[in-house]
Unconditional design. Structure first.
Length: 273
C-alpha cells in the first residue's frame, strides 16, 4: 500500500503500486521502498510537493476501541470455554451411563458365575483334602481289614477331634468288636510307648446318660471299660460323656468332652482291596 508516496508492501507489490517495474525498483537503494523519485519528480514539476517528504503519521488509536477489542476477545474466549465445558459434560454423562451398564452386568451375570466357581473350587478342595487324608491314614497308620487307624497328636476337644477326622475323609475310631479293640489297643500302645496318653474314641453318651453311641450314631455293643477296685469306669455320670482309650492298656475311660487330648481317626480303604 502506498500513502503519500511511501510503500509498505513487498517488493513486487511495491513495484505495481508505484508504477515501477521490478528492475526499476532494484535500482533504488533504499530498502524502505519509498516512491520518492518518480512521485517527487512528477509533483515537483507541478510545484506542490516539498523537497523533503514528511514522516508518515501513525494511525490514530482510540482507548475506547482498544477496550472494545479486549472485551470482544474475552467474550469469544468465554464462549469457547463454555462450548468445551458442554462437550466435557456430554462426555462425562456418556461415560457414566457406560459404567452403570457395566456394573449392572457385573451384578447380574459375573457375580453369579463367580459364586458358582467359588463353590466348585471349595468343594473340589474339600474332596481333595479328604482323599489326601484317607491316603495318609492308610500309609502312616495301622491297617486292619478295610479299615486304617491313625493317631493324631493335635490336642482337641471331642467335637474338634470329630470335625478334624471328617475333614480328613475319615471319622473317629469306632472299635466294634474285641478283634478291632485289641488291634487298636496294640497300635496305640506302640505309638506312645513308653508313655501313657489317652486318645479320644468315637464313643459318647451325650444324647442320653448311659446310652453309648458311636460318633456315627450307631449303638455300641462291645465295651472295654477299665475295671479296677479303686476306679472302675464309667464314673462321670452326666458330667463326663465322652470316651477315651488309655494307651498303656487300651482301657476305656469317660471324660469331660471339652478336655483337650490326642485323638484317633479311622479311614475306609475298601477301594484299595
Ligand atoms: Ca456320662
Amino acid at each position: 500500500m502506498c500513502r503519500d508516496g511511501i510503500c509498505f508492501l513487498d517488493t513486487t507489490l511495491w513495484s505495481l503500486s508505484c508504477g515501477f517495474s521490478t528492475k526499476q525498483k532494484d535500482e533504488i537503494p533504499n530498502s524502505t521502498h519509498v516512491c520518492q523519485a518518480p512521485v517527487s519528480e512528477a509533483k515537483r514539476a507541478r510545484g506542490d510537493v516539498p523537497e523533503i517528504l514528511p514522516e508518515p503519521e501513525a494511525e490514530p488509536t482510540s482507548p475506547v476501541s482498544d477496550f472494545e477489542n479486549s472485551y470482544n476477545y474475552v467474550l469469544s474466549r468465554l464462549a469457547d470455554m463454555d462450548q468445551a465445558i458442554h462437550k466435557l459434560n456430554v462426555g462425562h454423562y456418556t461415560l457414566d451411563v457406560k459404567v452403570s451398564q457395566l456394573m449392572d452386568r457385573l451384578t447380574r451375570v459375573d457375580v453369579e458365575e463367580l459364586e458358582d466357581t467359588i463353590r466348585e473350587v471349595y468343594q473340589h478342595s474339600k474332596d481333595n483334602r479328604k482323599e489326601m487324608g484317607r491316603l495318609e491314614g492308610c500309609q502312616k497308620g495301622h491297617r486292619m481289614g478295610y479299615k486304617c487307624y491313625l493317631v493324631f497328636n493335635g490336642h482337641k476337644d471331642y467335637a474338634g477331634a470329630s470335625r478334624k477326622c471328617l475333614e480328613r475323609g475319615g471319622r473317629m475310631a469306632m472299635p466294634r468288636d474285641r478283634r478291632e479293640q485289641e488291634a487298636l489297643a496294640d497300635y496305640v500302645k506302640s505309638f506312645f510307648h513308653p508313655g501313657n496318653w489317652p486318645v479320644w474314641l468315637g464313643v459318647n453318651d451325650l444324647r442320653s446318660e448311659g446310652l453309648y453311641l458311636f460318633d456315627d450314631g450307631t449303638r455300641v455293643s462291645y465295651f472295654q471299660w477299665r475295671r479296677h477296685f479303686l476306679s472302675s469306669q464309667p464314673d462321670g455320670g452326666r458330667r463326663e460323656n465322652c470316651v477315651a482309650m488309655s494307651s498303656d492298656d487300651g482301657d476305656w475311660w469317660d471324660h469331660y468332652c471339652d478336655r483337650n487330648m490326642n485323638y484317633l481317626c479311622e479311614f475306609d480303604d475298601r477301594e484299595a482291596l
